[in-house]
Ligand binder design. Structure first.
Ligand SMILES: [Fe+2]
Ligand SMILES: [Fe+2]
Length: 281
């Protein structure tokens, strides 16, 4: 395989083409939601994240669309606009699911950001964190039966799209940084560092909040037995394996997101293997 110089025109063409060529064509109106039994519907309704999921997909869509609108390069714009379309489709898909199974979520469209690049940077790093954990949680939810099997098939495609998004973003950041003149490169690095730190800080805050708050008795009552046996170490390993599997099929010369997998590998060295990550003694 020929060498690839990160930041070159060949690099840009490869990460954009790979993204555009792996787009999956479908329309939300053609998705046939399966008939679920009463227990499955009850469990689905009790899941505490639907509102946040719909909102965050809509916010992602608005941010990526704003970036596509200001991108002067035709190929980059085509790829970023395609990501915006996919994020809009994620929001529509979730809205359609919540309507089908009678799940209440808030309405409202987020406004377009004023600073498109800043919003895209923050969103991209946010996706690198969220997708890594979503891959593992999705796998565990499917394997334990927490998430109904027919829905797993529909949302597997969404997970693949998120993998493409973080692959594209990781390569875009490197390409963008190297293509800027020196004086603007320093500013981009500051924004990149700040964007990443803010997203990391937000995830730590959410994790601490979840630890101290009750996720909802309704939901806890509906969780299958098998979920209780999942340790933090199992979750971390599953996330690493799934991350590798979902990103493994793309051109090996493209950059992969490395920060979150690296942090999780470090955490695995200190995590006890006991139930829920707590020592068994
Ligand atoms: Fe999405
Ligand atoms: Fe995404």
């Amino acid at each position: 395989m020929p060498e690839l110089t990160v930041g070159s025109e060949e690099h840009k063409t490869l990460f954009c083409r790979q993204f555009v060529d792996t787009h999956h064509v479908y329309a939300v109106r053609d998705v046939r939601w399966p008939e679920l039994d009463a227990t499955e519907v009850q469990r689905l309704r009790a899941m505490p994240f639907w509102d946040e999921a719909v909102q965050s997909e809509a916010t992602a869509a608005a941010r990526v669309r704003a970036m596509a609108d200001v991108e002067p390069d035709a190929l980059l714009r085509e790829a970023i606009a395609m990501q915006a379309y996919e994020e809009e489709r994620h929001a529509l898909l979730l809205e359609s699911l919540t309507q089908r199974y009678g799940i209440t979520v808030g309405a409202g469209r987020p406004p377009a950001p004023r600073d498109a690049e800043w919003a895209f940077l923050r969103m991209g790093y946010g996706e690198c964190f969220d997708s890594f954990f979503a891959f593992g949680l999705f796998r565990l939810s499917a394997d334990t039966g927490l998430f109904p099997e027919p829905l797993v098939r529909v949302f597997d495609g969404v997970m693949d799209e998120e993998a493409r998004h973080i692959l594209f973003f990781t390569n875009w950041v490197a390409y963008r940084r190297l293509g800027l003149p020196f004086e603007r490169r320093a500013w981009f690095l500051v924004r990149r560092g700040l964007g990443l730190s803010l997203q990391a800080f937000g995830r730590v805050r959410t994790a601490l909040h979840l630890r101290s708050a009750d996720a909802g008795d309704d939901f806890t009552m509906q969780v299958p037995e098998a979920v209780g046996d999942v340790t933090l170490a199992t979750l971390a390993k599953t996330c690493l394996d799934e991350n590798e599997r979902r990103l493994g099929g793309y051109d090996a010369r493209l950059l992969r997101p490395t920060l979150v997998p690296h942090l999780v590998r470090l955490a695995l060295r200190v995590l006890p293997a006991g139930r829920n990550g707590r020592p068994t003694a």
